[in-house]
Design a protein around this ligand. Structure first.
Ligand code: NAD
Length: 252
């Protein structure tokens, strides 16, 4: 049997062709930069045209404008990315929005919107990616990959004022497991569950680093490192997991 986890040295993603949603900012952008350094061809998918152009120029990645809540735009972006890269064998789903506030202030429309982007959007991307990942899997011994960015609060809500966001991310954790069952064995599907990360999404958010065992927030490259692990050959026997990268926030 060939060792799917090989090669242990050299660029981990050599020859890979990967779409990153939310790639214009924060965690997605850091992941694009890391993946390019690890030898992958990368296509960014984002709804923010200006940030997308800047991120594409910075990382050397292709840039495709789409809204993950709009299936037609996502399908068109995947077709364009596949044509540009000669196929797709990996996807990172990092696009997402944050809604916070007490239940009295987050009405049903706001709840629907965060679920529409974070959860339905993750499904829309997985569905658009599926035929490309099935075709691309043949060229990746450790399997084609889909990595969804959930959240620590999708595993364990740890405070008030985040019910809608936590529900959407808990859905992403469960959706990931359901897709892992359905897409196996050719495609591995995993999620990462970050604690608080310094990105534009959390600009101005109240800081309570003392709630983390490591007493600080993460920087985007620390989340990108986990996404690389779940995309690359070293995680060849892992599917359906939710990997906390949270400075020790959810283990106790
Ligand atoms: N920053 C944190 O503390 C943190 C913690 C846990 C999980 N997350 C999750 O990580 C992911 C990335 O977050 P980030 O902190 O890098 O945020 P960010 O705001 O810096 O980046 C998110 C990107 O997603 C894009 N986006 C948003 N809605 C979109 C849509 N409908 N269609 C296409 N693109 C869309 C935005 O334009 C932006 O470029 C999100 O899913 C977020 O929920 C973030």
């Amino acid at each position: 049997m060939t060792d799917a986890a090989e090669p242990a040295t050299g660029p981990r993603l050599a020859g890979r062709r990967i779409v990153i949603t939310g790639g214009a900012s924060g965690i997605g952008r850091a992941t694009a930069a890391l993946f390019a350094r690890e030898g992958a061809r990368v296509a960014l998918l984002d709804r923010d045209a200006a940030a997308l152009a800047a991120a594409g120029a910075e990382t050397g990645a292709g840039a495709h404008r789409a809204d993950i809540a709009d299936p037609a735009s996502v399908e068109a972006a995947f077709a364009a990315a596949a044509a540009a890269m000669g196929g797709i064998d990996g996807v990172v789903n990092a696009a997402g929005i944050l809604v916070t506030g007490p239940v009295e202030q987050v009405d049903a429309d706001a709840f629907r919107r965060v679920v529409e982007v974070n959860l339905t959007g993750t499904y829309v991307v997985a569905r658009a990616a599926l035929p490309y990942l099935r075709a691309g899997a043949a060229s990746v011994p450790s399997g084609a990959t889909l990595v969804n960015i959930a959240s620590g609060v999708g595993l364990l809500p740890t405070g008030p004022n985040g019910a809608a966001y936590a529900a959407s991310k808990g859905g992403v954790v469960t959706l990931t497991k359901a897709l892992a069952m359905e897409f196996a064995p050719a495609i591995r599907v995993n999620s990462v569950c970050p604690g608080a990360v310094e990105t534009p999404m959390t600009d101005g958010a109240p800081r309570h680093p003392e709630v983390y065992a490591l007493r600080r927030w993460a920087v985007p490259s620390e989340i990108a490192a986990g996404i690389l692990f779940l995309t690359g050959p070293e995680s060849s026997f892992m599917t359906g997991i939710a990997l906390p990268i949270d400075g020790g926030r959810t283990f106790h």
